[in-house]
Design a protein around this ligand. Structure first.
Ligand code: PLP
Length: 375
């Protein structure tokens, strides 16, 4: 199988699975238990927190484990809205966020909030000025993702953080950095909330983390309960998942430079190979080196995904989170119909090889040469 869908999820390396297995079978204590088996577990969880914090480059005391990136996004937005509810009831976000952000905004709208959804330009990009101009005296929160999961567009979160105090010093900034984990420093970004998820970096599914910066005092918990995670995220710690997240973070940190160089070379190579196919066009001006968005203009993307899938090549017709529904991200680019219908996403990981890219490009060319385009 050739797996070119790392933006959807990533394979778990053996070392990560081994770390999880040890916790499930031997170190299974509840970290809240008071005997040494439990208190040792608590210490281990704190060690794992430090490992994940090292990858984010943030203080471990600001990092809270969650069940997934979706939970982090829900929590951050609701905590930001709660903290600043006295300011007004306005939120600024983008039209191309992950549905974890967009659907939370829709819920908040039903609860009386006003949300401004900023459209990207035709390349899928947004400027910091465009975001800052939308901030008003009653803006409680701004939420702008770091890397768009469909286009690979990288948004200027650090510039927004720098400009925000002049527009409104109370407005808090959230960034969904799920697709950027391993490539940024939370300190350098300067956002008040940063959402990440383990399964995009070789960790298990079902665990994520939310970094909460020092400007946010007492963020309101999303889940009410037993008060784990220093009272902010109730629910027995998913210790095996957290151990896997920490191991994956350690591996990514160790190999950060190698991975960066490999992915940059692979992305440039893939772009050239794939765009050499007749009728293939780039989609958006994304620069994240693990996501390549293109369109076989005129050939419906679902047919491409099915044809390649039957040959054991996994690519995506857009975001795996949309399950076949037309993507709001592609729609926001206002592409010609034939281009929009043919959008496919190839996404890479440190394990992806140049040969795999070659095989995928050949399969795409065969699809073009042997299948009828739409009318
Ligand atoms: N945000 C972005 C940008 C994503 O790509 C994803 C997952 O695809 C999520 C949030 C949700 O993360 P999780 O699958 O851990 O809930």
């Amino acid at each position: 199988m050739i797996y070119l869908d790392h933006a959807a999820t990533t394979p778990v390396p053996r070392a990560v699975a081994d770390a999880m297995y040890a916790v499930l079978t031997e170190q299974y204590a509840n970290p809240s238990s008071q005997y040494p088996f439990g208190t040792e577990m608590k210490k281990r969880v704190e060690g794992w927190r430090e490992q994940v914090a090292a990858l984010l480059d943030c203080p471990a005391e600001g990092l809270y484990f969650t069940s997934c990136g979706t939970e982090g996004d829900n929590w951050a937005l609701r905590a930001a809205a709660w903290q600043n509810r006295h300011l007004g009831r306005h939120i600024v976000t983008t039209a191309v966020e992950h549905s974890a952000v967009l659907e939370t905004c829709r819920q908040l709208e039903q609860e009386g909030w006003e949300v401004t959804y900023l459209p990207p330009d035709r390349e899928g990009n947004l400027s910091a000025e465009q975001v800052l101009e939308a901030v008003r005296p009653d803006t409680a929160a701004v939420s702008v993702m770091l890397v768009n999961n469909e286009l690979g567009a990288v948004y200027p979160v650090a510039d927004i953080a720098r400009g925000l105090p002049a527009r409104n010093p109370k407005t808090v900034l959230h960034t969904d950095a799920v697709q950027g984990l391993g490539t940024f420093s939370a300190k350098a970004l300067g956002a008040d909330f940063v959402t990440v998820s383990a399964h995009k970096i070789g960790g298990p599914k079902g665990v994520g983390a939310l970094y909460v910066g020092p400007r946010v005092k007492n963020p309101r918990p999303l889940l009410a309960g037993g008060g784990q995670e220093r009272g902010l995220r109730s629910g027995t710690e998913a210790t095996a998942q957290v151990a896997g997240f920490a191991k994956a973070a350690e591996l990514r940190l160790e190999r950060r430079e190698q991975n960066r160089a490999h992915l940059a070379a692979l992305w440039a190579y893939a772009r050239e190979k794939v765009l050499d196919i007749p009728d293939m066009v780039p989609v958006g001006g994304g620069t994240a080196s693990h996501i390549l968005s293109v369109s076989l203009a005129g050939w419906p993307s679902q047919n491409v995904v099915n044809d390649l899938g039957a040959q054991g090549i996994c690519v995506s017709a857009g975001s795996a989170c949309h399950q076949g529904k037309p993507s709001h991200v592609v729609a926001s680019l206002k592409l010609p119909k034939r281009v929009a219908a043919g959008v496919i996403r190839l996404s890479f990981g440190p394990e992806t090889t140049f040969q795999e890219v070659d095989a995928c490009a050949q399969a795409l060319r065969r699809h073009h040469d042997t299948r009828m385009p739409m009318l």
